[in-house]
Design a protein around this ligand. Structure first.
Ligand SMILES: [Zn+2]
Length: 204
């Protein structure tokens, strides 16, 4: 059971928020206090309890993703991620990226991995199994969060459900954060693995 994946039933409706001129906050003051990080961002809180197997979606569990990403723990097992002479081990899905893709400076919400989980992950995770790249990374600063960015009171428009908001920007007060994001620097590409399954049937 990969640590950062939600389990079926776990991601129920998010707690309700109010948007004020000072930023977004929870109706419940106690929840507001416990859900705000040192940078001032409010973190998403979801109702629900795990009832079933892991849900292999693009969405990671907000609290566990944040814990793993902020502390550089393995996405699979919560042990420290693997460190080698070329840096920390990261496995990212290709998501259609070509062989000439530059990975230097890529921004990701996927935490690093330990060596054991990196071997197994592509065989159990369909997103990684559909092609992935293995990286060694020497610098990975926390640069911001992904989440739901709310318009200021009186501004037109709907909330942006998947905004990247950088630290030290005014938008940070108006986002409900769902994932911590790091920017990967001094990157070495170890290998790229194309999809395991052939996309077309071989000719006979
Ligand atoms: Zn692991």
């Amino acid at each position: 059971m990969p640590y950062v994946l939600p389990r079926t039933g776990e991601l129920g409706p998010p707690a309700r928020v109010t948007v004020t001129p000072a930023g977004v906050r929870y109706h419940d003051p106690a929840l507001d206090e416990t859900s705000r990080d040192d940078d001032g961002a409010l973190w998403e809180v979801r109702a629900g309890a795990p009832t079933g197997p892991p849900a292999y979606t693009a969405e990671l569990h907000p609290a566990r993703q944040r814990e793993a990403m902020e502390n550089l723990l393995c996405a699979g097992c919560r042990e420290p991620a693997d460190r080698g002479p070329d840096g920390m081990l990261w496995l990212l899905p290709l998501l259609g990226a070509g062989p000439d893709t530059r990975w230097e400076g890529v921004r990701t919400a996927i935490p690093p991995m330990c060596a054991a989980c990196a071997e197994v992950a592509p065989t159990v995770c369909p997103v990684l199994g559909d092609g992935h790249v293995e990286l060694r990374v020497r610098e990975a600063d926390l640069i911001g969060v992904r989440g739901t960015l709310h318009p200021r009171p009186g501004e037109p428009g709907d909330p942006d459900p998947d905004a990247l908001v950088l630290h030290d920007t005014p938008d940070l007060r108006f986002v409900v954060a769902r994932q911590a994001v790091r920017e990967l620097r001094r990157v070495t590409v170890v290998r790229q693995q194309r999809p395991v399954k052939p996309r077309r049937a071989p000719r006979r």
